[in-house]
Design a protein around this ligand. Structure first.
Ligand code: TYD
Ligand code: MG
Length: 458
């Protein structure tokens, strides 16, 4: 066996870029002052895990035709919203990273998954490096009675954790959080790139070797990436981000990478005093508390994966007190709003050049989909003219630079959702009209330009 060698290497703490010497700016992610010196052990030390796995489970190469194409084995997490984001349930032997800001509810979500799994007779191990057993118990009391199939362990030493998992052989393991785990042979502090990388590769081997599903919790830095390692994202099978406004009660779980399903799906939850509850109908939730008969407010429809979400777009346009008008977009793209205002000015003749304009997606949602364009345009026009839009009207469509309203995908689903929630008029791109079935409950108005849309609302 090769002799273990120690070497010092500099790692960018943002993206994991590796360099032999210190650098002021990272060539990988262009951040300044992110390099930290870490000692890595090469030779026998780091190869230890790989060696022990290949020794016990040597596999022969096989041809594709001999590989069975049965569906992967999945188990339900007991939460439809989470199952959907995972692509239909928890895949056995998968490694999933759950990222999010501190305090957003990652531990709560995973403890609830543990509860559901242990209720359905699955053996689950929850390893916490952040909280004591007592703290976990207090949280558990809030979410309900948990069966004895759930085992808890407070530990941060990777070797002890590995040994415990091999001994107990649970079906699902939760690691809360990866930033607290450390390997004794890696001399840098827990949370550093080499520690996080070492821990993740250990969990990867455990997941694949023992066929256990492992969830890893990762904290997110201010810049919005999982602390330190983007390295971590390509090692795992699935990356989920748990996000939401700290001051709003709903939380959104978003798939960023998924080797077993689509990444378009989102799960919506609400944080209550008894833990997270699923929001089965987000549109209803988002439209709660809409103002009546107010100008500058219109409902638009966006698709999140296969699911339509209705959202209120609000605009406020008022005369500017300064020579340089102020524009602001909350929840949507600022540049897009500027562009749409330019289209309104040039194609419809709305003189907004000396007006301040604020656009807001109510409820704190963040949506970039171009299908909201028509809604944004109509909200701005409505506020500018100070003329409310009928509150039973919904609109969607992409707006082009010549003021044309272009087709968007899945018009049928959007209309269905609108009808379900009691809307009676839908303004949509004319080209989409041919693709959808007429419905008795909702009047469909096809428009081919922004000008048409303005006339449609009168
Ligand atoms: P937590 O799961 O500890 O967050 P994370 O692990 O992502 O850091 O969630 C913490 C927040 O959730 C905390 O501010 C309190 C709130 N909370 C509730 O509102 N209701 C509950 O039942 C629980 C358990 C937490
Ligand atoms: Mg936590």
């Amino acid at each position: 066996m090769a002799k273990a060698k120690k070497a010092t290497v500099f790692f960018c703490q943002e993206c994991g870029y590796e360099s032999a010497k210190w650098m002021g700016q990272c060539p990988g992610c262009k951040q300044w002052n992110t390099f930290v010196e870490e000692t890595v052990v090469t030779g026998s030390g780091t190869n230890k895990h790989a060696g022990s796995v290949s020794h016990t489970e040597r596999r022969e190469p096989s041809c594709l035709s001999s590989v069975s194409t049965d569906e992967e084995e999945r188990m339900t997490s007991g939460m439809e919203e989470l199952d959907r984001v995972l692509g239909g349930g928890i895949v056995q032997g998968s490694l999933t990273l759950v990222g999010g800001d501190p305090g957003i509810g990652k531990s709560t979500l995973l403890l609830q998954v543990c509860k559901n799994l242990s209720d359905t007779e699955h053996k689950v191990l929850y390893i916490s490096g952040e909280e004591s057993l007592k703290q976990i118990k207090i949280r558990a009391n809030r979410i309900g009675k948990i069966s004895d199939n759930l085992l808890l362990l407070c530990e941060t030493n990777l070797e002890i954790i590995e040994d415990t998992i091999r001994r107990i052989k649970p079906e699902v393991v939760i690691i809360d959080s990866i930033q607290t785990m450390y390997h004794e042979e890696v001399s840098s502090a827990p949370g550093s790139v080499s520690q996080v990388r070492e821990s993740t590769s250990t969990f990867l081997q455990l997941a694949k070797g023992l066929n256990v599903s492992i969830f890893i919790v990762g904290h997110v830095t201010k810049e919005g990436t999982v602390a330190g390692p983007r390295v971590l994202e390509h090692m795992v099978d699935t990356v989920l981000y748990f996000e939401g406004d700290r001051y709003a009660s709903y939380r959104i779980l978003r798939g960023v990478k998924n080797r077993f399903g689509s990444t378009n799906e989102i799960g919506v939850f609400e944080m209550r005093s008894e833990g997270l509850t699923e929001v089965k109908n987000p549109s209803e939730f988002m439209l709660n508390g809409r103002p009546e008969d107010a100008s500058g407010s219109v409902v638009a429809c966006s698709m999140e994966g296969t699911r339509p979400i209705l959202i209120e777009i609000q605009a406020l346009v008022c005369r500017s007190n300064f020579g340089f008008p102020k524009r602001q977009a909350i929840g949507t793209d600022y540049n897009r709003v500027n562009l749409l205002m330019a289209v309104l000015e040039k194609r419809v003749g709305l003189q907004t050049a000396d007006c301040d304009a604020y656009v807001n997606l109510a409820g704190g949602m963040k949506i970039q989909e171009p299908a909201l364009d028509l809604g944004i345009v109509m909200a701005i026009a409505s506020s500018f003219k100070n003329r409310p839009i009928d509150e039973k009207t919904i609109c969607f469509g992409e707006v082009g630079l010549s003021g044309e309203v272009r087709a968007v995908a899945m018009a049928e689903q959007r209309i269905q959702e609108a009808e379900k929630l009691g809307f009676t008029t839908c303004i949509l791109p004319r080209v989409c009209l041919d693709q959808v079935k007429k419905k008795p409950g909702i009047k469909l108005i096809g428009v081919s330009s922004v000008q048409d849309a303005m006339e449609a609302i009168g």
